[in-house]
Design a protein around this ligand. Structure first.
Ligand SMILES: NC(=O)c1ccc[n+]([C@@H]2O[C@H](COP(=O)([O-])OP(=O)(O)OC[C@H]3O[C@@H](n4cnc5c(N)ncnc54)[C@H](OP(=O)(O)O)[C@@H]3O)[C@@H](O)[C@H]2O)c1
Length: 176
């Protein structure tokens, strides 16, 4: 997840226009597209909530492309949603059973894309091994909270911190 310094991952109406920041941090690392591409190749499947999927479809309609390539993408929903490509599958029902019985035997690196509700559910159910959160150099005051309505504490162990030239700080935690 990428969020504002004040802990929001989208505006209340779902917009993520503020993700395009224009800061410069001289001491930061350059974002190497080759490294990003190699990292994305390590992801074996994506899991996302229906509202995140709807945002991805809107991006596609605006000509911004599909962010998840040919990697399988599982969309959690109880609704009938448009299926625009064969790599997308829909699922409803018990998330623990779905992840442990259906996804884990097939996929090693399972990436929960979001949004706030699905990420909270994932942590609450104890399904996450690792949390990756990147803080962008902006404060937006209001919006959807990262891990919306998580009803318990989740202790983390910090494993990596990287600061980039664009002012983004990428944090990586193991769930304890
Ligand atoms: N900044 C970032 O890094 C980042 C990353 C990802 C997303 N986002 C943003 O986050 C926003 C969406 O977040 P959100 O919290 O509103 O929604 P979300 O987590 O994307 O989707 C929540 C919806 O998914 C469905 N769902 C969740 N768990 C389910 C389960 N176990 N079984 C069946 N369906 C389930 C339900 O919808 P149904 O009514 O369809 O059943 C639920 O309302 C978007 O604006 C997106 O752009 C930001």
């Amino acid at each position: 997840m990428a969020g504002s310094l004040d802990g929001f991952i989208a505006r209340k109406d779902g917009r993520v226009d503020w993700l395009e920041t224009s800061d410069e941090f001289a001491g930061g690392e350059a974002m190497d597209p080759g490294v990003v591409e190699a990292f994305l190749k390590t992801i074996d499947c994506y899991v996302m909530g229906s509202r995140t999927y709807e945002t991805a479809l809107r991006f596609e309609d605006q000509g911004l492309g599909w962010a998840y390539g040919d990697t399988p993408a599982f969309v959690l929903t109880s609704r009938e949603l448009p299926r625009t490509r064969e790599t997308v599958e829909f699922h409803s029902g018990d998330l623990t059973q779905f992840v442990n019985a259906r996804l884990r035997p097939r996929f090693r690196q399972i990436w929960f894309v979001g949004g706030a509700e699905v990420c909270a559910e994932c942590l609450r159910l104890g399904l996450a091994d690792e949390v990756r959160y990147s803080i962008l150099p902006i404060v937006i005051g209001d919006g959807l909270r990262l891990f919306e309505q998580l009803d318990r504490d989740v202790a983390l162990h910090l494993t990596e911190v990287k600061a980039y030239k664009n002012g983004m700080v990428a944090l990586r935690y193991q769930v304890r």
